[in-house]
Design a protein around this ligand. Structure first.
Ligand code: TXA
Ligand code: MG
Length: 335
């Protein structure tokens, strides 16, 4: 299959791409679309056959449910069987944006989307292109991240192209994803609500809206089955990834030697203690700011893989609420 790539950087190109994407989606095809978190691989959420193609193309296990994307409060409510006051509060506080709400599903949401479960994950993304396509279609879009199963999510059209070219008819280039890691997933079917997947909307903001929340359960509990994105190993680069803390260059060199990797095959991602003159393949400096770090992280990991790294060493992150979503992804990538 020939994969078309459409740009969106002028008003005319944007409109053309919206029309083309909507045309394919109406015909039951898959389209890779930009969102503010990561790129999504979208299908008509109400078309079982179209959603089945997502599982096929990604190699995604059928027990992993897919998030339903909407472009209005009304569309969100139409995907849920119940809309409790807490959902209204979350929607008002965090939508459109990087927040997925798990609620009892409406009957119209097919089994394949919810992986047979009685809940649906619903998100109203803020990316203007994604919103325009959903409005043009008039139906919600089921969309997981647009990567092959277990690989790193794409944050630009090039990342999608390198994993999915030849497998889907269209990739829409909407620029670099502004958030950079996947949405926060909160289970509102649980009382009190529970964070199933941390993200850039962090616990303190959620507690401010929800009042009480359940403490997140670790991997290996019932939660893992409720949200397979919580499986211990997930979102991995091809190279081995280590999270490390070092006093100085010599300390880091000693640790790398212990991991039995030649320094010239090592890529280092640092934000405070920047090693100089170690002889590593590359040292990247990502800003010491959670939002900027999240935006840059996946592109860095994609770049390290493309460069053929054997080992990626990432400097330990600060232990503060705004870093928890990023720390979660790094921990899984290192598992
Ligand atoms: O930011 C995002 O959420 C991106 C963009 C494209 O919207 N999407 C994304 O989708 O990350 P995916 O499929 O890669 O991850 C969705 C996560 C998975 O961990 C899945 O198990 C969980 O959300 N999930 C989806 N529906 C659920 C449900 N009904 N109950 C519990 N977890 C659910
Ligand atoms: Mg994913």
């Amino acid at each position: 299959m020939n994969t078309e790539i459409l740009s969106t950087h002028t008003k005319e190109l944007f409109q053309l791409a919206v029309q083309r994407a909507a045309q394919l989606l109406r015909a039951g095809e898959l389209v890779a679309l930009p969102t503010e978190t990561v790129y999504g691989l979208a299908a008509n959420a109400l078309d079982e056959g179209a959603v089945a193609k997502i599982f096929q193309v990604k190699g995604r296990p059928s027990h992993n449910p897919i998030i339903v994307h909407v472009a209005s409060g009304e569309m969100a409510r139409s995907c849920a069987a119940e809309w409790p006051e807490v959902a209204e509060q979350f929607a008002r506080s965090f939508w459109p944006g990087p927040m997925t709400l798990v609620l009892p599903r409406a009957k119209k949401i097919p089994n394949i989307v919810t992986a047979g479960g009685e809940t649906a994950g619903i998100r109203w993304p803020s990316h203007p292109f994604m919103q325009a396509v959903i409005r043009e279609c008039g139906f919600p879009l089921a969309a997981p991240s647009a990567n092959l199963s277990n690989q790193i999510s794409p944050t630009n059209a090039g990342h999608v192209h390198s994993q999915l070219r030849g497998k889907i008819p269209l990739i829409v280039d909407g620029g670099q994803s502004q958030v950079g890691i996947e949405s926060t997933v909160v289970d509102l079917a649980a009382r009190p609500p529970r964070i199933l997947r941390p993200g850039m909307i962090h616990e303190e903001s959620i507690v401010a809206v929800a009042g009480k929340i359940q403490s997140p359960a670790g991997a290996g509990t019932a939660t893992t089955l409720r949200s397979p994105g919580l499986l211990k190993k997930h979102y991995s680069p091809k190279a081995r990834l280590m999270i490390a803390c070092w006093r100085d260059d010599a300390d880091l060199a000693a640790q790398i030697k212990n991991w039995n990797c030649k320094i010239e095959h090592v890529q280092i991602v640092a934000h405070t203690k920047i090693p100089v003159g170690l002889g590593a393949a590359n040292v990247s400096v990502i800003p010491h700011d959670a939002e900027a770090f999240a935006r840059a992280l996946y592109a860095e990991l994609h770049r390290c893989d493309a460069a053929g790294a054997q080992l990626i060493v990432v400097e330990t992150l600060p232990d503060r609420p705004e870093w928890t979503g990023i720390a979660d992804r790094l921990k899984r990538a290192a598992a």
